[in-house]
Design a protein around this ligand. Sequence first.
Ligand code: GDP
Length: 399
Amino acid sequence: VAVRDIHLKDNFTLDEWISSLSLGEAEQDQLRTVYKYCVSQGEEVLTSRLLVRGVEMVGILMMLNMDVATLKAAILYPFVETGLIPAARMEEDFGTKIAKLVEGVLEMEAIRSLQTLHRSETSPEQVDNVRRMLLAMVEDVRAVVIKLAERIACLREAKLADEETRVLMAQEITNIYAPLANRLGIGQLKWELEDLAFRYLHPETYKQIAKQLDEKRLDRERYIREFVQSLRDALKEAGVEAEVYGRPKHIYSIWRKMQKKHLEFNELFDVRAVRVVTKRLQDCYAALGIVHTHFHHIPREFDDYVANPKPNGYQSIHTVVVGNEGKAVEIQIRTDQMHQDAELGVAAHWRYKEGAQASKTTTFEDKIEWLRKLLAWQEDLSESGSLLEDLRSQVFEDR
Ligand code: GDP
């Protein structure tokens, strides 16, 4: 295979695809070099498959604004993981930083044993693997983000796999990776992990919801357009600076709401959602005042996660109002910064610090905060017992 022979979706060549990425030329060249390096490894079918997986991962990581080192490590990782390229070659061929990053992603393999720890006596080797994984995670959050991107890429690929494979993957996502993305506050990854897992675990329900959403799409879009316009007008008139737009609802979250509120299928598809994003914090509350004076709101649906953030740090004001034709509209109100944090979570934080010349989570306070999130994730994994808790002190003893 040659780089120019790899064809992606819509018949893009790999070369064209790299050129289309919003990266500087030097960065594009770096990616090209890594792809060329990988192309010469292994036999054609497997190599192309791993290259395509890398393309998916890079797409996801670009959406999260990750740096070029992360993108390079993401392309290399599937090759190292399958053993086509020995991990030992990373250091010599790509330098210490990339080598450590790829190694960090490899350590994430230990996540597997978190699922089985309760079933068997834990071997010292397993405990050691989990400990090394935690260290790698605390050391560099990018390793975790790459692993999550890899899981999404593999889940997308699994559309073509047999049912058993899909179900096993989906269970692991539901039990481990989606809660991890949630704890790290990476909304962008969490919803896709959840939707894909839900699709494999409950294919019929998934299809039904998707179909019904699709049938009413035009109606819903028209309704939202009008609602957004009237809200924009009201905010403008009151001199409140804010962006207003409709937001898509994800299938899994719709289904969860249906379960939680015991809603009928049809009531459920009235789901309409709008987001208001302001520059300043005080404008969130000003906007809320406008919303509630223009529309009747449903008090029990009101939540102020700005004043009381969720445990993962998520902040937004949630309210549900009754719009025209008596239809309910969910509204989220948040600042630009809260929006960034909600979509990117720890990835946003990492990026911000990188601008300030720090390439990893460097300060002790950061590590504590970061570890706190990982420990909260452990609470989600009730079955892993207190293993992570026990490892907490060890992680810090090593510092
Ligand atoms: P509640 O019913 O108002 O408490 O909120 P839900 O938990 O039902 O969430 C409603 C919507 O808020 C979700 O579909 C998301 O868009 C958003 N949301 C809630 N929690 C989080 C979070 O932790 N992270 C992100 N990114 N979005 C969240």
